[in-house]
Each structure stands twice: as structure tokens, then as C-alpha cells.
Design a protein around this ligand. Structure first.
Ligand code: SF4
Length: 373
């Protein structure tokens, strides 16, 4: 390992030029893809090493140098490391898990396009990501080049959207759509924006978390032409809230993108209400609204990440009242089989007799309210 790395870099990357480090294409092409390189970054446990050597299918190893530099070399429980480094638990077989937990393939209407809800659809644009997150609910195909739609596939999907006037909202997802070049994204969004009934486009990306260098001034200037665009980010832990991530979020916000964070609840990683509160307050400071906390989907190979539902409710209880409502996201379970999202909230109504209701507040104190006739 090299010594004295610049701030925010693992020793392995000490000699990389600042120009390369800030270049998202360099970061993308130098993702950690082998156990040999990973071992130069962290001291792997026997379990991690065995998993890295066994889990090329279905979700390969892939970690951007930026995100890899956030991992603790000596702590296998590091919340960043756990999201990026495979463990043997991924290979465990659990009956209640699904290859496709949200039945996206069943509801596929054109290549890469899932249309299940009345007024919105989701487009799978690429198999690439800056980091292959071990909890990914699309792990059945993310990372697999054969799952990537071709240009002709994407054109067919755009034609479907154009032919369905009820579609007013399209989620452009993947993989990470910001893995595509500026030109390809610009072209795709231009075709979508030309569809008169498509009111909003949502970009689901983990780049501000896993490769914030991707959010260049050139990118935001190109994409802002296609507004209104919402950006769904995916921050899961305070450790991911770096100055680089703040710069990326602020650049997007300055260019008029509406930012909303979707956190995935992960066992032993982000169950602490105080940490979530601090992370959400940081997100708000960057003009990114905490939008959802997702119960981890039952994707095959992710059982070790799933928490009890009570854990999510405890987080909401630790937020509501203790910080501004803007920092309190919806905690939801996305029902297996495509049933949609169900919000879960703590029980604040403790008694209802006639017109008299008794509530408990966030401190547990009781208050009466008469709703009248
Ligand atoms: S960035 Fe998103 S699509 Fe890619 S592996 Fe992570 S969760 Fe899955």
C-alpha cells in the first residue's frame, strides 16, 4: 500500500492524480472488481473472501474507488463495507425470497419497461452501477451485461410511453442511469420530454452516494433542459454524507432538480434512529428531502439485511416530534408480487369513544380531542 493519501482516499489510491480521481470515467473503469484488489483495501474476513470468490453470480463485485475509500479496513461491520463487500449469507437459500420480489418482469410491457400502476411506469436503462450494492432488489439482473437494453429496446419503450396517454410519470432507473454517457442520457430524456402527456421524469440514481464525481456541471446543464426532473437518491448511512456528496447534491439542487432520498432499512447498518435523524438533517441541508424508508425487499440473497418491521416504526418514532416534519420520511413495505407500497406509522391514536379521541404525542403524553358530531 502507498502512504499519505489525500483526504478521502484509501492508501491504495494515494498516487492517483487529482484529475483522475475527480474523473467519473476513471472511477467507473477502476472499480474494485477482484478479491486481489479488495484485499489491498481492507483486511478481509475468511467469510468475505470466500464470498468474493463465489458470488460472481448473480451480482458481481464492483466498488468505485471513491466509495471503497469510505470503507473501514479493519471493521467488517462498517456500514459502507457491509453494503459493498459480499458475505456468504448472500448464498443462503431462504424460502420467503424471490428473484424478482416486485414482479417487475411479470408487468413488463416493452423491453425494460414495467407498467403496473395506472399513471406511472419504470424504465430499466442499464446494467451498470458505480457500486453493486449487496442489498440490491434487482440483483437478479443488475451487473449482467445481457440484461442491458439496446438502443432499439429503449426506442421501443419510448414508443410505448408515447402511446399511453395515461402515463404522466416515468421512473428512469437501472442499474444506475447516470452510468450512461451525458450524450445517451440527453438523447433519451429528449425523446421522453417530447411526449406531451409525460409530466415528470424521475431519475433513480445512487451516484451522489457512490460516485459523486459523476454529477458534473456539464451533466446538470445538459439534463436541466428536460425539466421537470426529480432525482431519487439513495443514502443509507451518515458515513456516506461526505463533502463530495454534498457538492453533488447542491449542484443538482442549484440546477433545479427536485431531490428526494430513498433509504433502504438494513439490519445492523442503519437501524439507529439517532443516526437516521442526523443523516436526514444533513440531507435537508443539501436540499434533499428524506422521502422513503423502504423495508428491505425480499430479494434472493438478502435475508441477512432484513430487519423486523418494528425496527422501521421505531425509527419513525425517533424522528416524529424530535425534528422537523421535513426530515420524517414515509416508512413503507413494497409488497411482494407487485402489491405496491404500504405506509407504516406508529400508533398515535390510543382510544376512540364516540366523538372523543385520545392521542399520545411523541413524548408519550396523552391528549384528548373532540372531533364533534
Ligand atoms: S446502485 Fe441501485 S441498481 Fe445499482 S446495485 Fe445499487 S441499489 Fe442496485
Amino acid at each position: 500500500m502507498n502512504g499519505n493519501p489525500p483526504a478521502g482516499r484509501a492508501p491504495l489510491y494515494a498516487a492517483v492524480s487529482e484529475r483522475d480521481w475527480q474523473d467519473w470515467r476513471w472511477q467507473q473503469s477502476h472499480r474494485v472488481r477482484s478479491v486481489e484488489v479488495l484485499e489491498e483495501l481492507v483486511h478481509l474476513t475468511a467469510d468475505e473472501r470466500q464470498a468474493c470468490e463465489s458470488t460472481t453470480e448473480p451480482l458481481p463485485l464492483g466498488i468505485s474507488p471513491y466509495y471503497a475509500s469510505l470503507m473501514a479496513a479493519d471493521d467488517p461491520q462498517c456500514p459502507v463495507r457491509r453494503q459493498a463487500v459480499p458475505t456468504m449469507a448472500e448464498l443462503g437459500v431462504v424460502d420467503s425470497e424471490y428473484d424478482d420480489p416486485l414482479a417487475e418482469e411479470e408487468n413488463r410491457v416493452a423491453p425494460g419497461l414495467t407498467h403496473r400502476y395506472p399513471d406511472r411506469a419504470m424504465l430499466y436503462t442499464t446494467h451498470q452501477c458505480a457500486v453493486f450494492c449487496r442489498h440490491c432488489n434487482r440483483r437478479r439482473k443488475v451487473g449482467d451485461p445481457t440484461s442491458a437494453p439496446t438502443k432499439a429496446d429503449l426506442d421501443a419503450a419510448v414508443r410505448y410511453v408515447a402511446g399511453h396517454p395515461e402515463l404522466r410519470d416515468l421512473l428512469v432507473s437501472g442499474g444506475d442511469p447516470l452510468s450512461l454517457s451525458d450524450e445517451r442520457l440527453d438523447e433519451l430524456l429528449g425523446k421522453l420530454r417530447a411526449i406531451p402527456h409525460l409530466q415528470i421524469i424521475r431519475l433513480a440514481t445512487r451516484m451522489p452516494t457512490t460516485l459523486p464525481q459523476r454529477i458534473t456541471e456539464e451533466l446538470v446543464q445538459r439534463l436541466r433542459r428536460h425539466h421537470p426532473i426529480y432525482v431519487a437518491t439513495h443514502f443509507n448511512h451518515l458515513k456516506e454524507c461526505t463533502s463530495e456528496a454534498a457538492l453533488a447534491l447542491n449542484r443538482l439542487a442549484d440546477a433545479g432538480f427536485v431531490l428526494a432520498n430513498q433509504m433502504v432499512l438494513l439490519k445492523g447498518i442503519n437501524e439507529a434512529p439517532a443516526m437516521v435523524r442526523e443523516m436526514n438533517q444533513w440531507l435537508l441541508k443539501q436540499r434533499c428531502r428524506p422521502y422513503y424508508i423502504f423495508q428491505c425487499d425480499a430479494a434472493r440473497g438478502t435475508h441477512h439485511f432484513r430487519t423486523k418491521v418494528s425496527s422501521g416504526i421505531k425509527i419513525i418514532e425517533g424522528l416524529r416530534g424530535y425534528t422537523s416534519g421535513l426530515a420524517v420520511p414515509h416508512y413503507v413495505v413494497d409488497l411482494p408480487g407487485g402489491g405496491g407500497k404500504v405506509p407504516l406509522i406508529p400508533e398515535y391514536l390510543v382510544k376512540h369513544e364516540g366523538t372523543k379521541l385520545t392521542f399520545r404525542n411523541y413524548e408519550g403524553k396523552l391528549f384528548s380531542y373532540d372531533e364533534g358530531e
